[in-house]
Design a binder for this molecule. Sequence first.
Ligand code: FES
Length: 122
Amino acid sequence: MNETKVAASGEVQEGRLHAVKVGGHTVLLSRVDGRVCAFSAKCPHVGLSLARGKVDKGTVECPWHGSRFDLCSGQNLDWARSVAGLPMPTWSHALLSFGKKPAPLSLYEASERESSVYLRTP
Ligand code: FES
């Protein structure tokens, strides 16, 4: 495992996403109750970017089909229920899932020291 300095502590804020590149992958950072959490920017639904996702109370909602995840545990909370922010009727949710089963975010291990944020990468 390698540890890479990816951001200054001040760049990672509560209620916001901060994108960084690590090993050719985009990783999103956010802060929840003071703790830095990090996850792949690729939504586990169909791989579109979560970078413009809506952050609220420790969760992120994908801007494409509304899947929602816990920022720190990665747990899936809602799966494919809207299109570009427009809520879709319940009967259409199975179609919107495109055959994909609910899945969690891919998490990265983040740490913080001396006003910097580090990520562990394989
Ligand atoms: S790509 Fe994120 S919910 Fe579909």
